[in-house]
Ligand binder design. Structure first.
Ligand code: ATP
Ligand code: ZN
Length: 722
């Protein structure tokens, strides 16, 4: 006889609560219930049997059960797993899973009309037409019915009044349903077909295994994984396609719709709450067959998840850097295992982690070595900036200028890539040497000439570009913009190629999904000749007439202390040059660099990712860096530096060091202050097989409590060290 239940609440508390159940209650784990917490009533999830130790008299009763689908046991397990692994309160993880539930059922039912079979007392020609149109018994909106019959809506109203038609309420149509597995299956080439068959077999067997689908840019990986999705649909199971960024989502949504005849559900932060609620409910009921979403879609309450695809798996946008700090690619592998669903990681430039897992056989490796349809990879040229420097105050070197000119003259499109927003990363007073810095962060202000502002890229602080130096009063002519951003390259390109139609693609200029879509379409339709862009342009886009990609600063990102600097630079440049030559004409890529001998540059030039991966994997292995060793980062922040420092030191003092597990730091983070908070970092390095989360939990159990304004962010498997 159940008299109590454990309830997890979506709040930042590291514990669940036990409540009493009314006699005969049918509440099961996964039910969404209402319980009192303090003086409030809150929605939470029945999690387990409840703590038998708590005296019955102390228990408060569950106050209600919501009319919402029960969350599947595997989702509860997943929430617990993510919470344990990331050391985040389970309630914070649950919060992501419940985000869609709030507005379920809020949407008003649609009204429609249907025949009753009765004849109206007076029949007219117009009424006849309406009843004929409605004779199939289907419910239609009044407006649709009137349009179909070619009459005014007054005629329909008249028939309702006479009882020949009746008004019914239709629940909102489910999202992402009605997809047809064989709607528009493409003819795959041999490589594609073999891979697609292997993936489909894995789906059929409900194999809890992970695949790495690696194929050069333009190989047709999307077509292949959609075949695996088709197999899951045939089995009546659901599919989740994860994408790193919203800007990308559009192209994949369109391709899913084309392939299966209906659009999939869409899940990310800019989808309206009611629509999200319908998608949430649709995944729970099983009606939503495919969801294309950002990382939080991993926590949707799928009824029967049969396949997870992580497209652009190498992308660091899969890492969420707020609590709970988790990597959606890695957690996807866990969710797949819990759901008996294969997971397919997809990339032209896989992460070293996934590459190593493929080599050791933990993941199944599938290779598509060639572009689809006999297209060739772009030819890559390195421009040695030491031999061919651009003119003073310019950034485009003569060989790149020449290549762009040739391309435009042939009526083709070119792209200039620089992964830096704004006009210039630093503004300097030539009279007194003053540099404009953010008042809240350890960072220079970036000039955004387009908006006429100086902007901090860390906290968003912005101020108008001043008319004079605030320190010495020298007038604005003395204020020098140092270094380039995309806006500056745009100006240079406009001066060099005055007849070219230019577009800038950068997240701060191309704001909003609509605008982004319009720009991308304009480029794809060749309404633009020359594109200047940041990493926004690198991903998943097909621009058929684009035949030249010029990388303005290939070295940007290489000179950092980040252990993944080389990997990231390789991925970024391979992806961006991979935009060239995807149509009928072959493409070229040019990379401007001061270090053409660098392994990254050599690998790009030779299209030799094999030796790049081999060398990089060796280097990681030698240094015991991930995935050969494990890391976690603990970041302590506080408004006062001394406070953060002393807490960080107190953590170090109780660190249970072992010969294997080492602590680095505490040390000031490279960006020492963000939003007025001082940042001190500790890094734990451990051998590969360590249960690092468990180790840290044990360590922190003896730490002092966090007091006042101190915060501690724990990042297991960190990707950013700033
Ligand atoms: N079997 C096929 N039949 C017809 N067209 C195909 C087929 N396979 C691929 N294509 C086309 O080739 C182009 C490249 O394919 P796709 O976008 O799937 O490549 P990708 O490997 O995902 O590329 P990237 O990693 O660069 O984004 C697309 O225009 C796609 O429609
Ligand atoms: Zn700032």
């Amino acid at each position: 006889m159940k008299d109590r239940v454990e309830v997890l609440l979506p709040v930042a508390l590291d514990r669940s609560f036990t409540y009493s159940l009314p006699e005969g209650s049918e509440i099961e784990p996964g039910d969404i219930v209402e319980v009192p917490l303090g003086r409030r009533a809150m929605a939470g999830v029945a999690w387990g049997p409840g703590d038998p130790e708590v005296p019955a008299a102390k228990l408060k009763p569950v106050s209600g059960v919501f009319d919402l689908p029960r969350l599947a046991p595997e989702l509860l397990k997943f929430v617990d797993w993510v919470s344990r692994y990331t050391l985040s309160p389970a309630g914070m993880v649950l919060r992501i899973a419940m985000r869609g539930a709030r507005h379920v059922g809020d949407e008003p039912a649609k009204r429609a009309v249907r025949t009753t079979g009765e004849e109206p007392r007076r029949m007219t020609e117009a009424r006849r037409r309406v009843l004929d149109a409605a004779a199939d018994g289907m419910a239609r909106s009044k407006a649709d019915l009137a349009r179909e019959a070619g009459v005014s809506s007054g005629v329909v109203d008249g028939l309702i009044g006479e009882g020949a038609l009746t008004v019914v309420e239709l629940p909102p149509e489910p999202i992402g349903s009605g997809l047809v597995p064989n709607y528009a299956a493409p003819k795959l080439n041999e490589d594609q077909a073999l891979t697609a068959q292997a993936l489909a077999a894995s789906v059929r067997e409900k194999a809890a295994e992970t695949h790495l689908l690696e194929g050069v840019t333009g190989a047709g990986k999307t077509e292949v994984y959609l075949e695996a999705a088709a197999e899951a649909l045939r089995m009546g199971r659901q599919v989740l396609i994860l994408l790193p960024e919203i800007a990308l989502t559009r192209a994949v949504l369109d391709r899913v719709a084309k392939r299966f005849g209906e659009p999939p559900g869409e899940w990310h932060s800019t989808v309206a709450p009611r629509r999200r609620a319908r998608t949430w409910a649709g995944t729970a009921s099983g009606e939503t067959q495919i969801v294309v979403g950002a990382r939080s879609a991993l926590f949707l309450p799928f009824r029967d998840l049969g396949l997870i695809i992580v497209d652009e798996e190498h992308d660091t946008a899969f890492k969420q850097d707020d609590t709970p700090i988790y990597h959606a690619r890695d957690m996807a592998v866990v969710r797949g295992r819990l759901s008996n669903a294969p997971v397919v990681l997809v990339s032209a430039t896989p992460s070293i982690e996934s590459r190593v897992n493929a080599e050791t056989g933990r993941y199944k490796h599938h290779l598509l070595p060639e572009r689809y349809g006999g297209r060739t990879l772009p030819e890559i040229g390195l421009i040695d900036l030491r031999m061919n420097p651009p003119q003073r105050g310019r950034w485009i070197a003569p060989p790149l200028e020449k290549a762009v000119r040739e391309t435009l003259e042939r009526g083709e499109q070119a792209l200039l890539f620089l992964n830096r927003r704004g006009f210039a990363p630093l503004t300097l007073c030539r009279s007194c040497g003053h540099r404009f810095a953010c008042p809240n962060c350890t960072a220079w202000l970036v000039e955004h000439r387009f908006r006429n502002q100086l902007v901090c890229h860390h906290c968003g602080h912005h101020e108008p570009v001043p008319p004079a130096c605030p320190k010495c009063g020298a007038d604005s002519e003395k204020l020098a913009a140092v270094g380039p951003g995309v806006e500056r390259i745009r100006d240079e390109a406009a001066a060099l190629f005055p007849d070219a139609r230019l577009a800038v693609l950068s997240s701060d200029i191309t704001v909003g999904a609509e605008r982004m879509r319009a720009e991308l379409t304009a480029i794809a339709e060749h309404a633009v000749d020359l594109v200047v862009g940041t990493q926004l342009v690198t991903k998943g886009h097909n621009f058929p007439d684009l035949t030249l990609v010029g990388v303005v600063d290939g070295d940007l990102g290489l000179g950092t202390a980040d252990p993944r600097a080389a990997e990231r630079t390789f991925q970024l440049l391979e992806q961006v040059t991979g935009r060239a030559g995807r149509g009928d004409r072959p493409g070229r890529g040019f990379v401007q660099t001061h270090d053409p001998g660098h392994p990254v540059m050599q690998a790009l030039k030779a299209h030799d990712s094999e030796s790049f991966y081999a060398a990089e994997i060796n280097a990681r292995s030698d240094a015991a860096l991930p995935p050969f060793g494990r890391m976690a980062s603990l970041l302590v922040t506080a408004p006062a530096r001394a406070e953060a420092e002393s807490y960080a030191r107190s953590l170090a003092r109780v660190f249970p060091g072992t010969p294997d597990i080492r602590l680095l730091g505490p040390a000031e983070a490279p960006i020492a202050v963000i939003r007025g908070r001082h940042r001190i970092r500790l890094i734990v390095k451990a051998p590969r097989a360590t249960d690092l989360s468990g180790f840290i939990r044990g360590w922190l159990a003896s730490a002092l409590p966090l007091r006042g304004a101190l915060t501690l962010h724990i990042d297991v498997d960190p990707v950013s060290f700033l």
